[in-house]
Design a protein around this ligand. Structure first.
Ligand SMILES: Nc1nc2c(c(=O)[nH]1)N[C@H]1C(S)=C(S)[C@@H](COP(=O)(O)O)O[C@H]1N2
Ligand SMILES: [Mo]
Length: 316
């Protein structure tokens, strides 16, 4: 059991939150053991799922840096999706049967043409393209995924943001009947995330409706989720039902929960440690040795200009 570092099995995001509810070191130790301190590696290993990964395909075999795609089984069985679970290895099972059709995304706020889009129409109107992106979780693990999706900019142009719009606010489904994790009231549901308008309009910013050549599986944020590859994973909000153009910087679920730990920008930055761990390296799913974390997760050439003049050590 000492082979597994606790950072790999304890949900880092909520460690502090849990601790606030515990009294004394005994309770703390007990809870860490309860959270999985004695699990064996075999239990964390993904179970093959013929219905999804068995027929998975991808046009590419690596990203633009030459990093190989992560195994489909890994990317679909090691998930953060707190609406279902605080663990990562049981999300796929808990989300099985999650109802993702019909599904609409309501787009409004500071726009000339507010509109509610049906996800099937979105797939028809904006044909999905494959984009291989690295995703780097704030907990210091990462994965390389062939997403299928379209640039968020295409959708935003259709609704015509007004000149007052400065930020985009995203909202996930709130449905405690289907999502057992939403009964945990230490979080302010629904899950909310936000981007500055220029970040949202950047060509790398994707609305993904599939991965590995297939429609998005529930555990990865079906039917439609955000992918912003230069930011920490938590910005990549899943199962989106609402998008609003707004004037003020939105408060995300994570900034509301622990503002000293999770900022609005959340750009991947190996030089700025999380208050409780270093961000200088990461564990790629399926690999043994740790990798160095790259500024902006390797996308600096395309996005660093968005942050010119900002102090990247403090603007987290
Ligand atoms: N609605 C919602 N979106 C979410 C999360 C979540 O708990 N709820 N977790 C985030 C975090 S912390 C990460 S790292 C990624 C994980 O995406 P994946 O499971 O597809 O790898 O989803 C992000 N989007
Ligand atoms: Mo994350």
């Amino acid at each position: 059991m000492d082979k597994i570092r606790s950072s790999e099995i304890t949900p880092e995001h909520i460690y502090l939150g849990r601790r606030q509810f515990l009294v004394g070191a005994g309770a703390l130790t007990a809870s860490l053991v309860f959270l999985g301190g004695c699990r064996r590696l075999s239990e964390l290993a993904p179970t093959p799922e013929a219905d999804f990964c068995g027929s998975a395909t991808a046009g590419a075999t690596s990203d633009e840096l030459g990093d190989p795609l992560s195994a489909c089984d890994a990317a679909t069985h090691y998930n953060n999706f707190y609406e279902f679970s605080l663990e990562k290895d049981d999300v796929a099972e808990l989300a099985r049967g999650f109802k993702t059709s019909p599904w609409t995304v309501q787009v409004g706020g500071l726009v000339n043409k507010p509109k509610t889009f049906d996800v099937d129409d979105l797939r028809r109107n904006f044909p999905p393209e494959e984009r291989v992106y690295r995703m780097r979780c704030v907990e210091a693990w990462s994965v390389v995924v062939p997403w299928l999706g379209f640039p968020l900019a295409k959708l935003l142009k259709e609704v015509e943001p007004t000149s007052k719009a400065k930020y985009v606010r995203f909202e996930s489904l709130h449905d405690p009947k289907q999502m057992p994790g939403q009964k945990d009231r230490s979080f302010q549901w629904p899950y909310i995330e936000g981007l500055r308008l220029d970040e949202a309009m950047h060509d790398l910013t994707l609305l993904a409706t599939g991965m590995y050549g297939k429609p998005m599986p529930p555990q990865n944020g079906a039917p439609i989720r955000l992918v912003v590859p230069w930011k920490y994973g938590f910005k990549n909000i899943k199962s989106i039902v609402k998008i609003d153009l707004v004037e003020e910087m939105p408060t995300s679920l994570w900034t509301a929960f622990a503002p000293q730990e999770y900022g609005f920008y959340a750009n991947v930055n190996p030089d700025v440690s999380h208050p409780r761990w270093s961000q200088s390296s990461e564990r790629r799913l399926g690999e043994r040795a740790r990798r160095e974390t790259i500024p902006f997760n390797g996308y600096a050439e395309k996005v660093a200009r968005l942050y010119e003049g900002m102090d990247l050590r403090t603007s987290y």
